[in-house]
Design a protein around this ligand. Structure first.
Ligand code: GDP
Ligand code: GDP
Length: 466
């Protein structure tokens, strides 16, 4: 399971700077869902091969009355959701009473936490640290978030319990402890053909994991219950904390599925209260863990930025997507038309995803969801051999030559599969790393059309060979 790191500290210590550096601001999800405090930002980050989720808690205004209440409002929630807390302080300003209060608060939570002294650029390390020893936190790290200094060391350390590899790297001296390191965006590593084969076999043997996600009240629980329907439900007793989804195995037409229930259907039956209605972390984790994401949208609400953020997250994670526009019952045709054009306008970029207009309440259209889920999964795990992938690549190249780069013609040589769910096509050739995104998109669409791939993003990776 993907680890979660929360950034906590008073305003101006550099939390957003660190957040942006870690996530490269791609797909930050702002949690302004109803019932949630504003200004908690969620982003996915990657260090080496290790993925993690970062939460930026925004400012706890320490100068205000009662840091406690402020903490309770948003950082507390973030701390609860996190596996690791990075408590940030400002090395230039030194220790403040607000820092002390926050430290006190963190101490009462039983969470792995690190004291992060930021802005140490141009400072003497001893001076920067001296004030903060009295906080009595033994995990002290010095960084300059603005310059990336010390950041990867810190994150590697924070992720260590979650990544055996990180530990080995450090033992092998691969992690720079001098504090002069920087975080650079890393391209996902490509699988070899053999690894891709193994991945394929693994995916064939497992049930399809469906992550049912969406904003609060769109009808996820109602839909989950519908989908489970009369089919035999094997009750799966899992002690869930609020941030964990419940996994419900089911079978339909001889195919096995696991529903990842972010709405707390099962849990709600037993424990009626105390269930947080919506958790971003839970949703993000469900996306990570699913093969196919079923995004539920409420036809009676406008498509919101949160819907788009959730979709963006699912796409970035490479997940297959099926869209369910729920509460389609009892709408007059004018409203239906308006919803449809709104969908076209705002969700045009996922035109490869099937859209279903359903009523979870009445069950209308629910059965057909499984067809699209299967189709999406099959597309995502479709095995296409090297010769076929290369042939399609050549056809694409013949139809539309790659542009010249510095007076040289880019030549695509061959292609092979580099992974599934999402399908990854690895293209070898000269100067391919310098191909513009537009050509990459062209190739992606060409593969999509030719192989009839629905419901899943496709990734193209390039490998230079002269
Ligand atoms: P937040 O309120 O905790 O999210 O803090 P910000 O990330 O907005 O940073 C507050 C200020 O500190 C900004 O002006 C940053 O440019 C600055 N800052 C952040 N990190 C560093 C650093 O490593 N060194 C220096 N010198 N300034 C920094
Ligand atoms: P969740 O928070 O996403 O799990 O949403 P729920 O399943 O709890 O549903 C929220 C509300 O929407 C409830 O009052 C449901 O009865 C209602 N609802 C769910 N699906 C439908 C539907 O298809 N049509 C109508 N009209 N109402 C629905």
């Amino acid at each position: 399971m993907i680890p979660v790191i929360a950034l906590v500290g008073r305003p101006n210590v550099g939390k957003s700077t660190l957040f942006n550096r870690l996530t490269r601001t791609r797909d930050a999800l702002v949690a302004d869902f109803p019932g949630l405090t504003r200004d908690r930002k969620y982003g996915k980050a990657m260090l080496g091969e290790h993925e993690f989720i970062v939460i930026d808690t925004g400012g706890i205004d320490g100068t205000e009355e009662g840091v406690e209440t402020k903490m309770a409002e948003q950082s507390l929630a973030a701390i609860e959701e996190a596996d690791v807390v990075l408590f940030m302080v400002d090395g230039r300003v030194g220790l403040t009473p607000a820092d002390q209060e926050i430290a006190q608060h963190i101490r009462t939570r039983e969470k792995t936490s690190f004291l992060v002294v930021n802005k140490v650029d141009g400072m003497d390390p001893d001076t920067a640290a001296s004030d903060f020893w009295q906080l009595g936190m033994d995990n002290m790290y010095q960084i300059a978030a603005a310059h990336g200094r010390g950041v990867s060391t810190l994150i590697n350390r924070a992720l260590m319990p979650f990544a055996e590899q990180a530990k080995e790297d450090q033992e092998a001296g691969l992690v720079d402890l001098t504090g002069e390191d920087d975080i650079e965006p890393v391209d996902e590593t490509t699988m070899t053909e053999e690894e891709a084969e193994n991945e394929y076999a693994r995916l064939q043997a497992q049930p399809i994991k469906i992550g049912i996600i969406g904003r609060p009240n769109v009808g996820k629980s109602t839909l989950t219950n519908r989908m489970l329907g009369e089919e035999r439900v094997v009750v799966y007793d899992m002690p869930g904390t609020t941030r964990d989804s419940i996994y419900i195995p089911m079978e339909r037409d001889g195919r096995e599925y696991v529903m990842i229930d972010t709405a707390g259907v099962r849990r709600r039956k037993r424990v009626t209260d105390k269930v947080e209605k919506f958790s971003v972390i839970q949703t993000l984790k469900a996306i990570e863990d699913a093969n196919v994401v079923l995004l539920v949208i409420d036809a009676r609400e406008n498509i919101s930025d949160q819907d788009l953020s959730l979709l963006g997250f699912a796409l970035n994670a490479g997940r297959s997507i099926v869209l369910a526009v729920n509460k389609w019952d009892g709408l007059d045709s004018e409203v239906k038309e308006r919803v449809k054009s709104e969908l076209d306008r705002r969700l045009g970029f996922v035109d490869f995803a099937r859209v279903h207009f359903i009523s979870a309440l009445h069950g209308t259209g629910v059965g057909h969801l499984f067809e699209s889920i299967q189709e999406a999964y099959e597309s995502a795990t479709k095995r296409v051999g090297t010769s076929m992938l290369t042939r399609i690549m050549k056809m694409a190249q013949d139809d539309h030559q790659p542009p010249m780069i510095r007076g040289r013609r880019v030549k695509l040589k061959y292609a092979h599969a580099g992974g599934y769910n999402p399908p990854i096509v690895v293209i070898h050739g000269n100067l391919v790393n310098e191909l513009p995104d537009s050509y990459k998109r062209y190739l992606m669409n060409y593969y999509r059309r030719t192989l009839d791939i629905m419901g899943t993003p496709i990734k193209i990776q390039f490998q230079n060979s002269e």
